[in-house]
Design a protein around this ligand. Structure first.
Ligand SMILES: Cc1ncc(C[n+]2csc(CCOP(=O)(O)OP(=O)(O)O)c2C)c(N)n1
Ligand SMILES: [Mg+2]
Length: 331
């Protein structure tokens, strides 16, 4: 079992991610967000555990439900609110309204697609680091790529996993089996008993955990990341969970079957219960965390609101981290 400080850190991250997601959904309902808002409700434990187990120098390719992992791996609240509200001060300078944000120098890769494209990007990054001699044997920088049950069936993912296994790269594939790909349930997307069975076929280690149990996520993801760091090659971690929202705010998730709902709890409520029952946090401490999260999120919303949107005619349209890289290369 991880130490109390880490378990509390994960809880705090989950509270902040949930508060932020809820606020983004509200902004969408208020008509302040172009496009949809995508929420990670119910997936915060698994995603946050990965972000917490990473360290500077690692790379993380999050997907649309990974607000918790993003925050734990250093994304600021302002990066989120500026992006969602389309401000030119945001990491993508207002070009992207929601999920395609990132920061290359910080190791947070901007998402190309939810459906497998990012795994090859992480694999390429890890291979490049090895070739450039930027890895220290036995203590490797790792790359985490997130994927869903639907994304597990794309060609790009298969090619990338095969390459990672052949090259024994320190890749961790974080598979959130949330029972649906949009409205398609998993009995229509794969025929094996459990997705972790596929790890054997790729020649990589496989782990599974209950994605609603924050402690299990911290432990299992921690073990997988430690194994990759030690040079044991790519690791697949499959979490069983349920997204407690629609695909995006445009989707009411009315297709989620009642028996599926009854099988999965809310990771945030469950972690809160465990930590209070074990006397690690009390009700007052939790209320204070929630208040703090609300205050921080509100401040980030207000600051982004006060900032300018891009001027399409005048904007240079270069992502912020892209410009940082250009400046780094300049003589
Ligand atoms: C090639 C392609 N086809 C379809 C889509 C639309 N699309 C985006 S996410 C998604 C479902 C993804 O399901 P899953 O991988 O299970 O992730 P989840 O949304 O459940 O987190 C679909 C169909 C897309 N982005 N790209
Ligand atoms: Mg899914």
């Amino acid at each position: 079992m991880s130490d109390s400080a880490l378990r509390i850190k994960l809880f705090k991250t989950m509270v902040l991610a949930r508060t932020l997601d809820d606020r983004m959904a509200k902004l969408k309902a208020q008509g302040e967000v172009a496009g949809s808002a995508f929420l990670g409700r119910g997936q915060e434990a698994f995603s946050g555990a990965a972000g917490i187990r990473l360290r500077p120098g690692d790379v993380f390719a999050p997907l649309i439900r990974d607000q918790a992992g993003r925050l734990a791996f250093g994304e600021s609240l302002l990066d989120v609110t500026r992006t969602v509200l389309g401000r030119r001060t945001g990491p993508m300078r207002g070009r992207d309204g929601n999920v395609h944000r990132g920061d290359w120098p910080a190791g947070r890769l901007p998402m190309i697609s939810h459906l497998g494209a990012m795994v090859g990007t992480v694999v390429g990054t890890l291979l490049a680091r090895r070739i450039a001699g930027r890895q220290q044997a036995g203590d490797l920088n790792v790359g985490v790529a997130a994927i869903g049950d639907g994304g597990m069936n794309t060609g790009a993912l298969h090619e990338a996993l095969n390459a990672a296994a052949v090259e024994r790269l320190p890749l961790i594939l974080l598979v959130a089996d949330n029972q649906y790909a949009y409205s398609t349930s998993t009995d229509r997307t794969f025929a094996c008993k459990h997705l972790v069975e596929r790890a054997v076929g790729y020649g990589m280690a496989g782990h599974r955990c209950d994605g609603t149990d924050a402690d299990a996520c911290l432990d299992t993801v921690g073990e997988a990341i430690a194994a990759a760091r030690a040079g044991k090659g790519p690791q697949m971690v499959v979490a069983d969970l349920l997204r407690l929202a629609g695909h995006g705010t445009h989707d009411d998730a009315s297709y989620v079957a009642e028996d599926v709902k009854s099988r999965f709890g809310d990771c945030l409520q469950l972690h809160e219960r465990t930590l209070t029952q074990q006397g690690i946090l009390d009700v007052a401490a939790i209320a204070a965390m929630r208040d703090e999260a609300r205050t921080q999120v509100e401040a980030a919303v207000e600051q982004a609101r006060a900032e300018p949107q891009p001027d399409p005619a005048a904007e240079e349209w270069m992502a912020r981290s892209e410009r940082d890289l250009v400046n780094l290369r300049a003589p």
